[in-house]
Design a protein around this ligand. Structure first.
Ligand SMILES: NC(=O)c1ccc[n+]([C@@H]2O[C@H](COP(=O)([O-])OP(=O)(O)OC[C@H]3O[C@@H](n4cnc5c(N)ncnc54)[C@H](O)[C@@H]3O)[C@@H](O)[C@H]2O)c1
Length: 312
């Protein structure tokens, strides 16, 4: 079947990577079906200078090991931010409106309106909070504005006052103060040493009972089992996203089997439009690399051994 095929593909790719990594000067990877660039692989890669991510999010690379080896790691910043923000809005609506069980009824030949409607809600008037309001978080808030919800955001950096006013979201300096206010929580931070496993049992307990969570940021920001448990006992009313740890998600990953989820493979940032943008961004960086020119400054995650500030 398909999953057997994709497991075989992964194994074949991993073997090829092991074979050729010693010779490579440049390695291009994607976050969608990641080649994990571990410390061990970096050690083997004697000629490696540059690791490019075709997309956004370079956490599949051991960034500390890359920095220690003096490598440059860069991604195509901004390339798929709209694609992800649109997808997050879709998942919020899918979960709030209880769309998926209705779809499944139709496929199974059923008709049970009450079975859907008893847990379907409007988005209007609900409180939506984003944890992280960088490029994607802001685009989501802008798209949420016409739905007339209360919008909150938490970030390590506050948005400048004019833009904050235009976006119409309220800054929450303390995450633990924001969490209990939210009907919907969206995760929009990168996976860093500070955000890894951030949403564990204790943090989830600070959320409102019946919360909906959308996470298209990274799977490992969540404690996998804590999410599965809170979905099973109904504390989380719905969990949706496209990111898992590890990827591809194994067949026995608990998020495949928890109730009320809206999970897909890692697809939100890889629409045809996004592919065109990150492919041309990678080509532009390759051109610059061969000419000895710098990249756009926002693309650097590690620049010749120096880590970008939010990863420190
Ligand atoms: N699912 C997908 O296809 C897909 C596609 C693109 C990006 N992503 C993920 O989304 C992430 C965000 O992308 P972006 O373009 O918005 O990045 P960005 O750098 O523009 O924004 C990240 C925001 O998170 C904030 N932040 C970082 N660490 C924090 C912390 N510890 N506490 C609070 N705030 C913190 C930063 O200050 C920044 O405002 C990426 O790093 C990637 O992991 C996923």
């Amino acid at each position: 079947g398909m999953s057997h095929c994709s497991a075989f593909f992964s194994l074949m790719m991993a073997k090829k990577l092991e074979k050729h990594i010693e010779d490579m000067h440049v390695l291009i990877t994607t976050p969608f079906h990641p080649a994990y660039v571990t410390a061990e692989r970096i050690k083997k890669a004697k000629n490696l200078e540059l690791v490019l991510t075709a997309g956004i999010g370079s956490d599949h690379i051991d960034l500390l090991a890359a920095a220690a080896a003096g490598l440059t790691v860069a991604e195509v910043t901004g390339s798929n931010t709209v694609s992800v923000a649109e997808d997050q809005l879709m998942r919020i609506l899918i979960l709030l409106r209880n769309f998926l069980p209705g779809y499944q009824q139709v496929v199974k030949g059923e008709w049970n309106v009450a079975g859907i409607a008893h847990r379907a809600y409007d988005l209007e008037g609900k409180t939506v909070g984003t944890v992280g309001a960088g490029r994607i978080g802001r685009l989501l808030l802008q798209r949420l504005k016409p739905f007339n919800c209360n919008m909150l955001y938490h970030d390590r950096i506050r948005i400048n006052p004019e833009l904050e006013k235009e976006i119409g979201a309220k800054f929450e300096e303390d995450l633990d103060v924001m969490l209990p206010k939210c009907d919907v929580i969206v995760i929009n931070t990168p996976l860093t040493e500070k955000t890894r496993g951030m949403f564990n049992k204790e943090k989830i307990a600070k959320m409102k009972k019946g919360v909906i969570i959308v996470n298209n940021a990274r799977g490992a920001i969540m404690d996998t089992q804590a999410v599965a448990d809170a979905c099973s006992n109904g504390y989380i009313a719905g969990y949706g996203g496209d990111v898992w740890f590890p990827q591809p998600a194994p067949k026995d990953h608990p998020w495949r089997y928890m109730p009320n989820h809206a999970m897909t493979p890692h697809t939100s940032g890889t629409t045809i439009d996004a592919q065109l943008r990150y492919a041309s961004g990678v080509k532009d960086m390759l051109d610059r690399y061969f000419k000895g020119e710098d990249f756009p400054v926002e693309n650097y995650i590690v620049k010749e051994g120096e880590l970008a500030s939010q990863y420190k």
